[in-house]
Design a protein around this ligand. Sequence first.
Ligand SMILES: Nc1nc2c(c(=O)[nH]1)N[C@H]1C(S)=C(S)[C@@H](COP(=O)(O)OP(=O)(O)OC[C@H]3O[C@@H](n4cnc5c(=O)[nH]c(N)nc54)[C@H](O)[C@@H]3O)O[C@H]1N2
Ligand SMILES: Nc1nc2c(c(=O)[nH]1)N[C@H]1C(S)=C(S)[C@@H](COP(=O)(O)OP(=O)(O)OC[C@H]3O[C@@H](n4cnc5c(=O)[nH]c(N)nc54)[C@H](O)[C@@H]3O)O[C@H]1N2
Ligand code: SF4
Ligand SMILES: [Mo]
Length: 821
Amino acid sequence: MTYKRYTDRLPIIPADAKEHNVTCHYCIVGCGYKAYTWPLNRQGGTAPAENKFGVDLSEQQPMDTEAWYAPSMYNVVKQNGRDVHLVIKPDTNCVVNSGLGSIRGARMAENRRSDVTGTQQQRLTDPLVWRYGTWQPTTWDDALDLVARVTARFIDKDDEDDLYVSMFDHGGSAGGYENTWGTGKLYFGSMKVRNCRIHNRPAYNSEVHSSRDMGVDELNYAYADYTLTDTIMLVGANPLETQTNLFLNHMVPGMQNGAKVVIVDPRRTVSVNACEEAAGAENVLHLQPKSGTDLALFNAILTHVADQGWVDRAFIDASTFRNGIAVGEDAAHPAALGSFEDALQAVRISTADAAGICGVPEADIIKAAEWYAKPNDDGSRRKAIIAYEKGIIWGNDNYRTIGALVNLGLACGNIGREGGGVCRLGGHQEGYFRPGDGHVGRPAPYFDQILIQGGGRVHHVWACDHYKTTLNASVFKREYNRRTNMVKEAMDASAGATREQLVDAIEGAIRAGGLFSVNVDIIHSQIGQAAHVILPAVESGEMNLTSMNGERRLRLVEKYMDGPGQAMPDCLIAARLANHLERVLTEDGRAEYAAQFAGYDWQTEEDAFMDGYNSGNPEVTYERLRAMGNNGVQEPVTGFADGKLVGTPRLYTDGVFTRHGREDGKALFCLGAWRGLEAPGKAQQQANFRFLINNGRSNLNWQNWFLDQDNDFVIDRFPLPFIQINPDDAAELGVKNGDMVEVHNDVGATQAMVYLEPTARRNETFMLFGAPSGAQGNVINGGVNELILPNYKQTWANIRKIADAGPTTAKLSFKSWEVEL
Ligand SMILES: Nc1nc2c(c(=O)[nH]1)N[C@H]1C(S)=C(S)[C@@H](COP(=O)(O)OP(=O)(O)OC[C@H]3O[C@@H](n4cnc5c(=O)[nH]c(N)nc54)[C@H](O)[C@@H]3O)O[C@H]1N2
Ligand SMILES: Nc1nc2c(c(=O)[nH]1)N[C@H]1C(S)=C(S)[C@@H](COP(=O)(O)OP(=O)(O)OC[C@H]3O[C@@H](n4cnc5c(=O)[nH]c(N)nc54)[C@H](O)[C@@H]3O)O[C@H]1N2
Ligand code: SF4
Ligand SMILES: [Mo]
């Protein structure tokens, strides 16, 4: 019997089951899976000819056999209107994961909507419109007509500033090249929407401006580099939990090959623990800077490396800019960019001074510099990778801090070389193909702030839930509820009215300060509670979807099941919305503007792919990607030969750096000196509140729990977000495991469940982000950097007890997460 599903046997996959290529759509790693489907009334047999594995299943299988699958990998779903068995199991032939699953990906099947087994019944099946004081199901034409009419009242040719748009910009879970093109063509092609933001930050901008400005794309290596390198430096990242199979299938083998590991994280994570087990504690150096002080640390490492003469002179001369300052510091550039010498002079800081700022022993800073850059005894250079993620991307002084890491990589010639790279580990997969966004400007508008101040009249939300995941969320929700309620009241007061009267009433409420909210999602989300129209999307697997992973590996996920009810791919929702806007504007006598919404006669997601991605990458088609299977091809694709797409395993192997668009092809260094906690209000919050509320992810939970919240396996483990806290702090607060506490400060409050963690430093907690039952974002202030990048990680608050552990939390395990192998 298995977890609450009372499964005591699973059907054998028959030899003739249909086989589909699947890339796990959750995290950036993009592990390969195979989906098998076959009719409900059949199953395979134990004889080799009767099952998909071609083995004799009547015999005991060896321990590492492929011929099995877990109950979480099984479900019954609809395919072309008929019930079929579905098994989604890891693909041993995929080079990304070599057959490994993870606690998220290996549950893909059980997280599909099934009308037979009852899983994920929360999925939206129909468009919903706010009517008669609640949401009523309706047709696409009815719902989109309302969206188009209300939107058309507030947009005009060359004036779309009243339309606010929140949209995913990734691949995998939502997104993909098809869907980013659908939304991109609508909002940046047909329209030039300026007030927009991405799903995970309050503006439409880059997470890594400085790396790109320096010429270096943030995904520049191949995963294979981890097995070829001498040193792996992980910064602000917890890859065992957040890029699980990249860690297990590439980093661990790298350590087994002898790579040393430097980890920079204020918190002792399970990744630190696992690296010690895999590499031996003597080969792991964990630097624990005070929150937000990384820049001083990296600048000190660079200073030390330069002073020791460990830089790669030949590389600096050949591949980097040599003539002083190339780009001055200004509103769009939080630091100047230029030559190595200029940068070194600007950032110079001694290891002793940095030790004082960061709270990291000076000897450890020197050791990190040695592990990264000190040439081997025979004079050969060390190969070293720097991999970073949200601990610094959502951290203090993003521009300069990431710039400091790229400085190190460039100074040591470790970009574009085997076993090198300065890379993002990544979040979701990527799948960005859109018309230019230059009209948005830099710095981009601070979307949330303008909306809170009353800006915007119509808000289209695609695949994100700011109620759980934005900063300053207490204030955001208060204002958003108030403004959308004004429109709901106007709609309630016009029950039974004609469409024209209804739209007039909505317009009136909007002009009085209200906001009309359209939500495109797969479930009824929290921000969706404020929406007036809700549009149901399908997910990866319910449509064909292309995306690339953290080493730019492009794959096609083949559709293996139907979407629920009337749900459609996001790209087709965008296309149908464009069709309706064209019609409404034409009826309105605005023919010239209406013409901008032509060109959306797509019937399938493949049409959207051809219209978008293929127009820029003519070699790439669905058929060719299908043939490339789960190993796909690494972007950029450079050709097609011998029946195969030809890709690029590693960027910049020619030493020419292009991401900044400079014709000289020379990389730039960043002149970013340490300047304290930079975002408004952070230093003050730190001074006024006792606890650091560090925050982020856990292995089990995927993002804002949109599927987890309806999955017993997850909810029974963490009914509330945990807050890890040092036992002595907990004793002082009078709280114990499972108790509910309130986390509160000058901007808001939220709740969490106490989880005692002996390795947590005094006054430094770690809270799970994005939970429906306690949004960490409620206590993050509105402070952002010059380019509107949020500092989710630097948050301080006080903690008070709300309640003793209740029946749902008292029964949980609060075991330590440390393991010994
Ligand atoms: N405190 C704090 N806040 C953070 C962060 C942090 O570290 N700390 N991290 C930030 C980061 S990196 C991220 S990525 C964000 C995540 O923030 P969000 O983007 O808000 O969270 P997700 O869970 O990715 O949201 C996915 C939403 O899209 C819906 N969805 C899923 N698939 C589809 C689809 O195919 N189509 C459509 N239309 N909808 C779909 C889901 O139901 C869900 O509502 O949070 C950010 N906020
Ligand atoms: N299991 C799981 N995996 C995921 C996701 C998920 O929701 N669940 N989400 C995916 C997404 S969208 C993303 S963006 C990635 C994020 O992947 P990660 O960045 O690895 O995840 P986080 O937990 O947000 O943050 C990483 C670490 O930053 C540390 N940190 C906090 N403050 C600082 C600081 O000042 N300096 C330094 N150096 N470190 C600091 C935290 O202690 C934490 O351990 O994960 C992806 N993978
Ligand atoms: S590591 Fe990421 S891509 Fe791989 S199975 Fe897990 S969630 Fe999916
Ligand atoms: Mo993310």
